[in-house]
Design a protein around this ligand. Structure first.
Ligand SMILES: *Cc1c(COP(=O)(O)O)cnc(C)c1O
Length: 368
């Protein structure tokens, strides 16, 4: 049995420190925000090389507040990709704005800069790029378009903790970077959590207020805010884990290299890494026209895999109002049909990777 993600293996490697961190929260009763969250915010801002980090209760909330701080609201359009988790579009919808999709690049699966200009209208307010599977989008051309067309630029870095683009950390490549600490992410809480990082003191102040009912002073509500506060336990746990993030991303990179070495054959398409990029390999996304057959063959051998994502956002029922149909974003649709996510977590062993590869090579040689 090989799991897709093994949270237990990681917990066991840091059990004592986690226990102490949880105990500190219990002793101080700092259950919401508090000292541990403040310290984590400082440490995570440092890690991302930015001035401000604001802890919230999920990655979705991080995106929602970043969009509100950017001034996005009813009647606006926000440019993003259909090949992402539903939360990217949902957060745009929460503000009353409408997602406008640009297809992804066929090699790297992130926003195709060449498609952006054609989707800009006088209602466009912002661009949300997604660092899909942990690989940063091609930020230089995208940033150039955003600057020239006067659009705010936001990163959905929910899958990209520890990724870098031309040496700079994911999250620091735009006006605001949004992270998720959902347990299965590269940096995962023991519950829900999220973070917005930014160099802009104005955005930081607005987001700090919005996450806590629009206040800076208790019971003085300057903005219509939310209860999006980060829990003390999550801050304490994430501080312990942040110290190991780079080591864990390095392990993911070495697992990805081992997979690719053994799988780059036949009709299997292994992930391509952009030059001068550190891919964080949240997901190792293999592609094959016979993806379903491969998934079943692996399942029979006790190997868990995932699909990220089988239906692109523009074809989801929840977004039928946008009026899209199959064929509108062919690259995203093709990835949705062919992608297979292999087991990927830092504690994965070489023996396990080799077993997955053997099963794949065998199954891809069979008639599908
Ligand atoms: C996980 C994820 C989110 C949402 O984060 P939550 O913490 O689950 O709310 C948003 N965007 C992408 C690309 C994600 O993978």
């Amino acid at each position: 049995m090989i799991k897709f993600v093994d949270l237990k293996a990681q917990y066991e490697s840091i059990q004592d420190e986690i226990g102490e961190a949880i105990q500190r929260v219990l002793d101080s009763c700092g259950f919401t925000l508090g000292r541990e969250v403040a310290a984590f915010e400082e440490e995570f801002a440092d890690y991302c090389g930015v001035k401000h980090a604001i802890g919230v209760n999920s990655g979705t909330s991080a995106l929602h507040l970043a969009l509100l701080a950017a001034g996005v609201g009813h009647g606006d359009e926000v440019i993003t990709v259909p090949m992402t988790f539903i939360a990217t579009a949902a957060a745009i919808g929460y503000t009353g704005a409408r997602p406008v999709f640009v297809d992804v690049d066929p090699r790297f699966y992130t926003m195709d800069p060449a498609g952006i200009e054609a989707s800009i209208t006088d209602k466009s307010k912002a661009i949300v790029v997604v660092h899909l599977y942990g690989q940063p989008a091609d930020m230089d051309p995208i940033r150039e378009i955003a600057r020239r067309r006067n659009l705010l630029l936001i990163e959905d870095a929910a899958q990209a903790h520890g990724a870098r683009y031309k040496g700079r950390p994911a999250g620091s490549l735009s006006d605001m970077g949004c992270f998720s600490f959902y347990p299965g992410k590269n940096l995962g809480a023991y519950g829900e959590g999220g973070m917005v990082v930014t160099d802009d003191p104005g955005f930081a102040r607005t987001i700090r207020m919005l996450r806590d009912w629009g206040t800076e002073t208790k019971y003085h509500h300057e903005l219509k805010g939310f209860n999006y506060r980060m829990e003390g336990f999550q801050g304490a746990v994430l501080r312990v884990k942040l110290r190991r993030l780079d080591m864990w991303v390095d392990a993911r990179l070495s697992h990805a290299a081992r997979y690719s070495e053994r799988l780059a054959a036949g009709d299997l398409i292994v992930p391509e890494v952009m030059p001068d990029v550190r891919h964080a390999f949240h997901i190792y996304a293999l592609r094959s026209p016979r993806r379903n057959h491969l998934q079943e063959a692996l399942q029979e051998k006790g190997i868990q895999t995932g699909l990220h994502y089988p239906i692109p956002v523009h074809l989801q029922k929840a977004w039928a109002e946008l009026g899209h149909r199959r064929g509108d974003f062919p690259v995203s649709e093709r990835i949705a049909d062919e992608e297979l996510s292999l087991p990927m977590f830092p504690e994965l062993t070489d023996e396990q990777i080799d077993m997955v590869c053997e099963a794949l090579v065998q199954a891809s040689g069979e008639a599908g």
